[in-house]
Design a protein around this ligand. Sequence first.
Ligand code: NI
Length: 377
Amino acid sequence: MELGERLIEYFKWFHKNPELSYEEYRTTDKIREILTKAGVEILPCKLETGLVAVVRGKQEGPVQALRCDIDALPITEETGLSYASCQSGKMHACGHDFHIVSGIGCALGLQERREELAGTVKIIFQPGEESSLGALKILETDVMDDVEMIWGIHADPTNEVGMLGIREGYVSAAVDRFVITVDGVGCHGAHPDDGVDPILTAAAIVQALQSVVTRNVNAFQPALLSVTRIEAGNTWNVIPEKAVMEGTVRTMNREDRILFEKRVREIAQNTALAYGAKAAVEWIAGCPATYNDEEMVRKSIRIANQCNMKVVPEESSMGGDDFSFLEEKIPGCYIKVGTGKGQAIHQPGFMVDEGSILPTVIYLKELFLANKIKENG
Ligand code: NI
């Protein structure tokens, strides 16, 4: 069977058998089985789920990596595909099944062309991306220690097959979470003068928090804050003693990220004080913003042209990807791969056009093989 057909068959298997973050046991076994059969080396690293394959070229060159995330989402599939998920309530609705087979195809292709390959390529099948912290599992191993640059791909249902979204600079946001607890004094709803109302205080804090975006951040820098949950009270005639709210902050640059944490704390604590209450702020830092390195972007575009793929400017997203943890210390490039226009990712009708698999594999392979012809670029 041709490689392209084989990859489509694998893709259907992975799509049919989705597993949630950190439960990717069968997925990992299947990847290992396919790669081992083809003689691809698997690194002996301590990962509960996920694995790292390595192809060692016969020529001198850098150590590069490709990140492919492998987990699915708790969504019930509604695509009507013949190979739809057979795990109820679980679905590959973010195209990570496509990432898996792209990584497998790339490993198989490079393995066959080791004579030409300059340097080493590690293909990282990463668990738990949807938890936004799976990349940390990779960083707990020594896999990234010698990696000099890392590439990432993501399925993109806003573009046709054969199109790549590539752009220099920040392409996805840093993801932070906050929890604010307002302590007041509970009392009868008819006698608010006997207590301190945490709900009124929380409402004032919610309003004031939006001022960080419009009054503190440079208007040319994308940033946002969303309060996404408020909980207080349990009946109509009692003012509760406590209100809890939480939300998320998304920023593209480091200074804004620091600024937000400081301002959220100041606003929550001082607004609470103004209302006679007290506020405690818990700040939970997530992944940093994803930054695409200029030189890697130039190379990605050059290879795209060679492979007859059309390059469009990558759209920025205030969503995050934990790929950014892996490229925090080294240059990285995160490419959006057109997988056919359709429903957005994380939707029950999301689909990947299987025709996008082989061109993606060829592209990735050429990207890594292009090292030895650096002088041509
Ligand atoms: Ni994803």
